[in-house]
Design a protein around this ligand. Sequence first.
Ligand SMILES: O=C(CO)[C@H](O)[C@H](O)COP(=O)(O)O
Length: 289
Amino acid sequence: MPLPSVDIPTTPLARPVSMASATPISPSIPPLATLSAIEQSKRLAAYTAVDKHILPEHKVIGIGSGSTVPYVVERIVSQGAELNKDRVFIPTGFQSKELIVLSALNLGDVDQYPTIDVTIDGADEVDHELNCIKGGGACHLREKVLAEAAKTFILVADYRKNVKYLGTNFTPGVPIEVVPFAYAKVLQNMHHILGSPRATLRMAVAKAGPVVSDNGNFIIDAPFDNGQMKEPLGIMARIKMLTGVVEVGLFCHMAQAAYFGNQDGSVTVKRKVEKGKIEEAVIAAGGQF
Ligand SMILES: O=C(CO)[C@H](O)[C@H](O)COP(=O)(O)O
């Protein structure tokens, strides 16, 4: 089915205001003309994915985490209050919950809505089979629950995330959420059993001590060599078997499509077609698929 062309406005979209504080949505989103090339690529990917996948009949929508997702929400808001008033939006963590609330969209949770029509999320890297690394923002437990709950799971990212094999540009490694008291044991397992000798506990930047996830857990980042990353499903399964691991930031065979904004204004689309085959195509700048 042809993808629609994407009309990227050159002036800021009308911004909805918070019900509580009249704070503009994502005050960090400037007009397109002032966005860096990377930010323009993220916005292009997000807008294209929303136009293609968030349709009037979709009423329960999962909203992922990261710096690309505010553009997803911005585009959904631009579909209008009439459409959005009957929808409920499910967040993957604190950041997306704030985005939903500040955009005056209806907030729900996955325990109320265990079946989601469409979830759109960012990714740290996506390979040629639509496997991805997630968890750069330490949200991958909830992100995976919302990906699994969704009838359709869609990824959005800039061109740097589009790779053949995971670990090409994203080098910190596979994010692993662990219960705090088990972190030293899991680190030891990663070093000596799982083949990731450089695995480390993720430390906070503006706080002493480790990063603590929205679920109160720690994060281990485990780099693997290129050969190992050719089989992400196997790595994911082996890590997940370790006692103390809550979730692994490898999402294997979960996404139906990934949209990558390119520097020249085109969008690369990888999508699952029949029998799990992945097809890659490019939507020309301002053009048709
Ligand atoms: O997995 C994630 C958070 O846990 C993010 O989706 C991922 O880190 C991508 O973020 P960005 O859009 O900022 O590149």
